[in-house]
Structures are given as C-alpha cells and as structure tokens.
Design a protein around this ligand. Structure first.
Ligand code: BGC
Length: 806
C-alpha cells in the first residue's frame, strides 16, 4: 500500500468517512491529515459542474462548458484519435473547472435500439466502443484528471434500471458486454470506474465478486477506484468487500457508520478497508496535482467550439444520395423546413446535459454558406400535435424551391436518461409533414437529429438523408459544410438500422419482466444477428456514403494481420473507413458469421492509393470457453474480410490458426437456436441450457411485505391502503402531466419515483431520510400506517437532534 503511513494515522471513523461523499458531488476531506476533498461531475460529452443546486437528473443548470457531439455521434467517425482529441478538450475544461473526476465515457452496448440512453453510448460492437473509449480516456487523463468509464456492467436499458437483474450467460457477458470495458480499462487505464445500478446474474454489480474481484481486479489488473452510480449502493459493506471504494452521493454518514460497525463486529477485515482507502487516496492525490501544475481557469471558448465542430463533421453519416442531390448545387433555390433548423436537437437529456458556451443554429449561420435560401418554415411543433397550418405554410414554401432541406428528428423528451423509448418511430407530426411535402416537392433532403436508430418507412420520400446524430453545440455548421460539399462526409454507422423494431433480436426480451431481463439472444446482438440469421436491414452496421468512391484491392493476410490497397476512385478528396471482420469456418462452437476485429480511417486525395495494414491482436481469434472458464482459440480456418460496411465485403482471405485445444464447451443438439444463428426467439429451456442453470422467477413476489429493494411501483400490490393510494396518485400524476403536455415532468415521475427501489429514498436524499425512517415508511405501506408514521416521526426527530448536537 502506497499510503500505509498516512492510513496508520487515521482513526477507523476517519477511514470510513472517506468511503462516501460529503455531499452530492464531492468526497470528504480530512483537514488534519491534509487530505483534500475532490469533485466528481458529469459528463461524457461536456462538463456538467453544478455550482449551486445539485441533482443528477439534468434539472439544474451547470457552469457553461463546450458541448461536444455525444458518444453515439462520435462513434460514427470510427476515429480513435478524434476521440482522444475530444478527451483532450474535455480534460482541459475539467482542469479549468477544478474537476477531479469526469464521469464518462459511457460505453454500454446498444443491445436494443429502444434503450433511452443509447445516445450516450458508442456502439453495438464492443471492439469499436472499447477503442473509442480508450481514446477518450487517454485524452482526458493527459491533463492529470480522471476519466470514469461507466456503467459497469450489463446496464443496457433504463426501465427499472435500479432494480433489474440482468441474466446473461458467461460467454456473452465476456465477449459482448465486457469486452468494451476490458479494452477501455486495459488500454485507456482510467483511474475511476463507475458500477451500474442493476444486478448482474443475481448480485448488484458493485457487490458482485465475480465482476468486481475476479474479472476487474484479478484478470484485468485494475488498480483504480470504483464509484457507485449515484444512489446505487445497496449493502454498503458488501460493496466495500467487493472493492467498491466510493459511494456517491452522501448518505449523511449513515453508511460510514455501517462500515465502522462492520469492522468492530469482525464482519469486515480492516485490511480490506485500508486497501480501499489507499486506492482512493491515490485518486485524490494524483488528480489534485492537475491543479497545481496546469491550472488555468479560462479556456479558449472559440477553439473548443471549433473542435466540437470538427468532431461533428467527421461523425455525420450520409445515408442516402439519390441522383447525387447532394452536395447542394450553388444555384439551387433551397427551402429550409423543420423546427430543428431553428432550435437544434444537439444533445441528450438527463445527467449528461451540458450548458453550452455557445449554440449555433442553422438559421443563424446559413448565410455564411452561400445557400440560396428562399425562406424557412417550422412545419411542426417540437413537442406538440400536428398543425395543419404549419404544414400548409411549409408546403407553400416547398413548392417554390428546387430542394427542400428538412430538419427533423427525435426530441429530448422521447430520448432521455431514465426511460426507454416506446417505439422506433419519428413523431407522427413530422411524418405527416413529410407526407405533405413529398406531394408538394419530392426533392427532399432530410437532415436527421436523433441519438439512436429509428425506423424509416418513409425513406422512399426523401432523395437525400444526412444523419447528424446529436452533433453538439457546433453541429449546425458542420451539417451545412457537408450539405454544401465543403466537407466530404466520412462517418459510418456504429449501429444497425433494422427495417422494423420487431426484427431486432432482443425485441421479445426487452425490457424484461418485473424482476429480470434475460439476454436470450446471447451473442447475437446488432449486426452479429442480422448477418448470421440473414435478416434484411435498412442500413447495416458500418454503412455510410461519401461524395467520392473507393476501390479495394490486393489483400494479403498473414499471422500479423491484413494488408490491402485502397484507391480513391472518385473525383473528390475523402476519407474511407475500412473494416476488418473475421469469421470462423468451423461449426463446432456456435459463432456469429463475422465480427469486427479492426478498422482504419484513411484520408485519400482524388485518384490516390494507399496501402493499409490492420493488425490482428489478442482479441482477433479468441472466444470464451465456459468449460475451461477462460479465453481459448479454436483450431481452424478463419475468413478475413475487409469491408466498406458489415454488409459490403470487398476483399476476402483465409488463414489457418492453431488453437489452444480446449474441450468443446457445448452440446450442439441442445442449443439449436444458437447454432443456427436464429436467436431472436429462444425458449426458456434452451436459454437455461446455455446458462447452465435454471432461471429464477421473473415476477415480483406479491405475497411478501415490501422491503428495501422493492420498487415504489410495487405499492400497487401492497397490503396497506396507503400504498395503493400512493400508487394511484403517482400513476394519476403521470397520466395527467402527459395529458397537459408536460412530458418531461411525467418522465421524471416514472424514473425517480415509480421505478425507484425504496432504499433509493435513503440513498438519494443526502441524509434527510435515513434507513430507520425508511423502516417507518415501509411499515406504512405494508399496512401499519399509524405505527409506521409514529416510527418515521420519531426517527426524524432523533436525526434532527443528532444534527443539532454536532
Ligand atoms: C447516471 C450516471 C451519472 C450520475 C451522476 C446517474 O443517474 O446514471 O451516468 O454519472 O447519475 O449524475
């Protein structure tokens, strides 16, 4: 231990006091020992440091900071150096705002397109997500502050995120849900990791010894700090034993007292606590140095804004360009339609919300681009119902134009932290507008702003489609530069766009039942599934157009990797993203058809050729064997594919790889869905066969009194009239708020009340409600209303007296 001497001088109470926050965002200092308090704040695409009122829901404003494109956007750049550059600017701003730990990047897999937080995550592919995240982390930490990779792990939905139990087989867990973390942690070396809210195979992630000890610490050699997600701690001592150093936010000292008690009773070895303290001190002292050496309170706002614009430019994806409608011809008369042109949708909602230093919108910056605009019409209301008047005015304008630029997308209420989307559609008001515009003038170029995949049954009604995703505060100019051809688009999708939601492999098991969500589709997520099961999609993973074209040739494959040539065969300079996929020809172990194992983004002048080499690495041929419980390599022939997308393989080679001679892990006859790749409708029996054990019951136990980990939604089944009354009040408030158009507040009720486990009331209120008071509340909901109320008031009084006497 590095700080053994310092720790020797601490009392047990002092050690415990470091293990949870002193408030919402800061850790506890110990002045006498010169241990400072450090500040942690969101977030992944811009700093969200709240100077005044604190919350983790994106409600109260934070200090201005550059809002970069979100992770879902930057993932389309497939550019690790760009990730590092964004990280560099984030790190600089973190230092300027005296922030020790930046709570990002978020790297959970996009298991299902409806996950409300997909806009904050990179990809459906662990390799791409892991590499980009490692870039961000390196950039952020270059400045001496800490990145915090989150949410570890298997947190792939927002619905019941604080109580859901993710049931996933070990191979899928390792190959899909942990590989991005493994790459980010072993290559990026973040000083902090955030555990997720959910349970993983029966245990809360921060208490899960398999995840936290065996995998994170022992196999990956992680030596940094684990912080809980805000309010995500359950059994504090169990968390600490698993190596979860820091609980956030404060619980007013309540859980620190539990730690003290556990040491005194012998339940917790003081050495375990000391090691946690040691690792936390390491984080505190290293990150504090950032302010000593480099501290500058001011950033160059314009430079950072320009960096955000460049990031957006490289991340925009051109999805359709019929008849080369783009780039816009200088003489074309252009009608700008769609409310998003006036008020951009440029970031997500929830804890990652940034208060931007500047915000460009299309209408304001249009004249800098020489576009021959004949006017603007909003055409729809962002959150409202369709308006015939607005549509009529938009059609009038469209009729006079050569090209209609239509700015549409998802609004920030539909796509937000804490709630999943209900469907993959655009709002009906926008589709009605598009239908009408198509009749008025079919030369439509749609500019999309959404943080996740959507269905596009209307795709035949647009000639051009540019997807800006959530492109940050400087996105408007970036999009215009691509529309006019100043920038040649080079982004490619980091997720698949299925034709319809029902085609997605997780559709039948999302967001799960009351208690758990079963990942029955196993390895078959995203393109891994569509590709293997031959399911048609709208846009495949890795797809994106350019204003030029690229030819691939001369593939050579050897043990070190794949070498090939790319030529820019068109007339403009441009960048191409070449993708390396590998598939195994043996069918002894079930596999997906191909998996991304490398990529390279190359700039080529018109007519230029370059030789590209993509190296194999330790992840290229490995699979996780559940019999030997380790990574193995299967002996056999592997197909090496070089593609312009997952569905557009341009070159193919073959390589024999000697295996590690492990025993076969499966009995094929019992896993037919997995061996056939048609894994979207797996039976319980077959899933249990894959898991190696029966699944536990998926519904709430309605016979037991409600406890700490039951959710407030379960009040509907409680014994006490009060609980059922409270439940109806909550559902009524939700319904009413939606009815009167307050969707955002309605969402907040679902997220922070309805789905909240009772323990969250104590964990999230910073010591205002303690566990004893919660006991009183539980008595009230479980049928002893007056007894519970008396208990609650008595405990409240005690707490106030204790606070006074301090
Ligand atoms: C989110 C985290 C975030 C934390 C602090 C939580 O609700 O899940 O991603 O970092 O709040 O705001």
């Amino acid at each position: 231990m590095k700080y053994r001497d310092l720790i020797k001088n601490m009392t047990l109470e002092e050690k415990a006091s470091l293990m949870s926050g002193k408030d919402f965002w800061q850790t506890q200092e110990i002045e006498s020992l010169e241990i400072p308090s450090i500040f942690l704040a969101d977030g992944p695409h811009g700093i969200r440091k709240q100077a005044e009122e604190a919350d983790h829901l994106g409600l109260n404003p934070s200090l201005p900071a550059t809002c970069f494109p979100t992770a879902a956007t930057v993932a389309n750049s497939w550019n690790v150096e760009l990730g590092e550059k964004i990280g560099h600017y984030l790190g600089k701003e973190a230092v300027a705002q005296k922030l020790n730990v930046l709570l990002g990047p978020g790297i959970n897999m996009k298991r299902d397109p409806l996950c409300g937080r997909n806009f904050e995550y990179f990809s459906e592919d662990p390799y791409l997500a892991g590499k980009l995240a490692a870039g961000y982390i390196t950039g952020i930490q270059e400045h001496g502050v800490s990145a915090c990779v989150k949410h570890f792990a298997a947190n792939n939905q927002e619905e019941r995120r604080m109580s859901i139990d993710t049931i996933v087989d070990e191979r899928t867990l390792r190959e899909i849900y942990l590989t991005a973390f493994e790459i980010a942690i072993t290559e990026g070396k973040p000083l902090t990791v955030m555990s997720s809210y959910n349970k993983l195979n029966g245990a809360y992630t921060n208490e899960n010894l398999h995840l936290m000890q065996e995998i994170l610490r022992e196999q990956w050699g992680y030596e940094g700090v684990v912080v809980t997600d805000w309010g995500g701690s359950n059994d504090r001592v169990a968390g600490l034993i698993a190596g979860n150093e820091l609980e956030m936010p404060t619980t007013g000292g309540e859980t620190n007292a539990e730690i003290v008690q556990a040491v005194k009773s012998g339940k917790l070895d003081v050495e375990v606590l000391d090691q946690c303290v040691d690792r936390l001190l390491q984080l505190i002292f290293t990150t504090e140095q950032a302010f000593a050496s480099e501290y500058k309170p001011i950033i160059d706002i314009n430079e950072h804004h320009a960096a955000a614009q460049q990031a957006a430019e490289e991340s925009i994806v051109l999805l359709k360009n019929k008849g080369s409608i783009l780039p816009l011809k200088p003489a074309s008369k252009v009608a700008i339609i769609g409310q998003f042109a006036e008020q951009p949708r440029y970031q997500g909602a929830g804890s990652s919300i940034v208060n931007p230093t500047k915000l460009d919108n299309t209408l304001q910056v249009l004249e800098q681009f020489g576009i021959n605009s004949i006017g603007y019409e909003p055409g729809f209301e962002r959150y409202g119902k369709k308006s015939s008047n607005k549509i009529a005015r938009a059609c009038e304008l469209a009729k006079q134009a050569d090209v209609v630029l239509l700015y549409i997308g998802l609004d920030e209420v539909t796509e937000a932290e804490g709630l999943d989307r209900q469907n993959m559609r655009l709002p009906a008001s926008q589709i009605t507008l598009l239908d009408a515009l198509y009749e008025a003038n079919p030369n439509i170029v749609a500019v999309l702003s959404c943080g996740a995949a959507i269905e596009m049954p209307w795709i035949h009604q647009v000639k051009g489609l540019l997807h800006g995703y959530l492109s940050g505060q400087a996105g408007a100019k970036a999009i215009l530069r691509v529309l006019t051809g100043e920038v040649n688009p080079s982004g490619k999708l980091a997720e698949t766009y299925p034709l319809r939601y029902a085609d997605t492999p997780s559709a039948r098991n999302f967001p799960g039942k009351e208690v758990s969500v079963e990942y029955r589709e196993a390895l078959f997520i995203g393109y891994r599934y569509y590709d293997t099961a031959n399911v048609n999609v709208l846009y495949p993973f890795g797809y994106g157009l350019s204003y030029t074209s690229f030819a691939y040739s001369d593939l050579a494959v050897d043990a070190s990797g794949a070498t090939f040539k790319i030529t820019n065969s068109g007339e403009r300079d441009g960048m191409e993203i070449a993708q390396l996929y590998v598939g195994c020809t043996s069918s002894d172990i079930f596999r997906v058809k191909k998996e991304l194992k490398g990529f390279s983004k190359i700039f080529l002048r018109a007519g230029e050729s370059k030789t590209v080499h993509i190296s194999f690495d330790d992840k290229t041929f490995r699979y996780f064997n559940v019999k030997t419980d380790r990574w193995e390599v299967e002996n056999g022939d592997y197909i090496t594919m070089i593609g312009a997308s997952s569905a557009d393989i341009r070159l193919q080679g073959s390589l024999h790889v000697a295996g590690s001679n492990a025993p076969l892990p499966y009995e094929a006859s019992k896993l037919q869905s997995y061996y056939s790749g048609k894994a979207s409708n797996v039976s319980q029996t077959e899933f249990e066969q894959l898991l190696g054990h029966p699944v536990s019951t998926t519904t709430w136990d309605r016979t037991h009194p409600l406890g700490y980990n039951d959710t407030i939604a379960q009040c509907q089944y409680a014994k006490g009239w009060f609980a059922r009354f409270a439940f109806h009040m909550i559902t009524f408030a939700h319904w009413f708020l939606q009815k009167i158009g307050k969707r955002s507040t309605a969402n907040l009720i679902m997220m922070s009340v309805y789905h909240m486990p009772f323990r969250g009331i104590a964990r999230m209120t910073g010591g205002i409600v303690n566990m004893q008071m919660l006991d009183g509340m539980l008595m009230m909901v479980n049928g002893s209303f007056f007894k519970g109320l008396r208990h609650l008031l008595k405990e409240r009084k005690k707490l106030m007296q204790m606070a006074k006497s301090k």
